[in-house]
Design a protein. Structure first.
Length: 481
């Protein structure tokens, strides 16, 4: 069959609900590229369209579909982009009412009954998509019952049915590398302004499943069972990207790249033997870093690490089951600073049990640390997370508009706070962190490094977020859930 895979169009301003989106990066859609390579390996023809990076209207996506003569459409969607996925599905059905449309991604995996209540979606892939989509395509081609495909939600008349759960893929090395050749221009993708040294940068994911228990996290796609690709498999992908596509930097986007420290040592020892040396960044957890590993990472090209810190209050950290201590954060950020690795801290305001005082503690803690950057978001109980189920115990949750579930709008308001307080404290966090002379001087210096003009322009466009209130923006109509 001819399979048409698409990531819906959403602007950065819509995604971030403010001008702050102007400084956001553009992520390569690894999810649909993995799907494309997997089903292509089994004999099907695939076309991939990233509506977001190409800024395509629904009508333009349909023209791409018609030119390809696609026989099945797969749409990948998170919660925040669901309204755009639905808008696209409606347009496709308007012109091609018999076109089967499959919805995949985190939103349908955690919220299948709600997502498939819209008749434009014929099927929903629950969890990892590779094997499920392949079996569904085979079932449709052989005109057999899709009810026999594990990991699927589908409509039978007015009834939405769920098939048996699909086991997670245990051997990640068995999945072919993402279909990078289906991307028109890898250089169109880049991290946020100060998260890269050299372009082009490509994101790589080396693990699936997170062993941590943070209550704000949705694990409906990859689960809690931690699975990792081998060092040899990762090294082979990096070599291919460097040699075939001219990639000059790698961003490891695993939730916790350094789980399994021996794998990190093995990977970079292999790359050294292959005479491949590239700058790289990663996201990880403070409990999976130590002094020796940090210095090894620095010696082997790591220049930037992102750490989930979330709060500067120990009780809040306990409530969200972060399982870290403030003292451990101080040690790890200090070790990175000593080694010459730049650090970014991820924080949230508006946790369950949050008060103005605990938010101020978080801001002051971020200022105390030798961090180079922060990303402060507004806590958002995503469908599928423990917080989503427990939100009513700690405050009010507005579910009228899924597009507001972007971590930049206060859809959840803890008891004793208000949306206005959360929005103002959110801006205050950024103002107080980034308006310090040390940070301003570093950003000015970065404008004279490779990619400096792009950095400067994106930061100028995002500046209004710091200094004036932003009106909420939404691509959706209320109740498009």
């Amino acid at each position: 069959m001819k399979i048409f895979l698409v990531y819906p169009t959403i602007t950065k301003t819509e995604r971030y609900s403010s001008k702050l989106g102007s400084s956001g990066g553009s992520q390569i859609p690894l999810g649909i590229l993995y799907l494309a390579s997997f089903i292509r390996e089994h004999g099907h023809e695939v076309r991939v369209v990233d509506g977001e990076i190409a800024n395509l209207k629904a009508s333009e996506v349909i023209r791409e579909l018609e030119a390809f003569q696609g026989e099945l459409v797969g749409i990948s969607s998170t919660t925040v982009v669901f309204c755009r996925a639905l808008e696209l599905a409606k347009e496709i059905k308007r012109f091609h009412p018999d076109m089967p449309i499959v919805l995949g991604g985190s939103h349908v995996s955690s919220n299948a009954a709600s997502a498939l209540s819209h008749p434009e979606f014929d099927f929903g892939v629950i969890g990892e998509g590779e094997e499920t989509l392949l079996e569904l395509v085979s079932a449709m081609g052989g005109q057999t019952d899709p009810g026999n495909v594990a990991g699927l939600a589908y409509r039978n008349g007015n009834e939405i049915r769920m098939t048996r759960p699909r086991p997670f893929i245990s051997q990640l090395d068995s999945i072919p590398f993402p279909a990078y050749d289906l991307v028109p221009d890898l250089k169109a993708y880049n991290p946020p302004p100060c998260n890269y040294k050299m372009l082009p940068v490509v994101n790589i994911i080396t693990t699936r499943g997170c062993p941590n228990q943070c209550t704000f996290c949705d694990k409906s796609v990859f689960g809690s069972s931690f699975r990792a690709r081998s060092a040899a498999n990762i090294a082979e992908e990096i070599a291919m990207l460097h040699q075939q596509y001219g990639v000059k930097e790698i961003a490891f986007v695993d939730d916790t790249f350094t789980v399994g420290k021996n794998r990190v040592y093995e990977l970079f020892d292999l790359l050294k033997k292959m005479r491949i040396s590239l700058p790289w960044t990663c996201m990880t957890h403070v409990n999976s870093l130590d002094y020796d590993l940090i210095n090894y990472m620095k010696d082997n090209g790591c220049w930037h690490v992102s750490l989930g810190i979330e709060s500067g209050n120990e009780q809040i950290l306990s409530t969200i089951r972060k399982r870290i201590s403030l003292e451990r954060v101080r040690k790890v950020v200090g070790w990175c600073s000593e080694a010459g690795i730049k650090t970014k801290g991820f924080f949230m305001v508006g946790h369950p049990g949050e008060t103005v005082e605990t938010i101020d503690q978080t801001i002051n803690f971020a200022l105390e640390l030798p961090l180079d950057d922060v990303v402060a978001t507004i806590n958002t109980p995503i469908p599928g997370s423990p917080q989503y189920r427990e939100a009513h115990l700690y405050g009010s949750l507005d579910q009228d508009d899924w597009s507001q579930f972007n971590c930049w709008r206060p859809v959840f308001v803890p008891h004793g706070l208000s949306k206005e307080i959360l929005l103002e404290k959110h801006r205050e966090f950024y103002r107080r962190f980034y308006m310090r002379p040390r940070i301003v001087a570093r950003y000015l210096a970065s404008f004279f490094s490779p990619g400096g003009l792009r950095r400067a322009w994106s930061l100028v466009r995002s500046a209004p977020f710091l200094f004036r209130k932003q009106q909420p923006t939404s691509p959706c109509t209320p109740n498009q859930a």
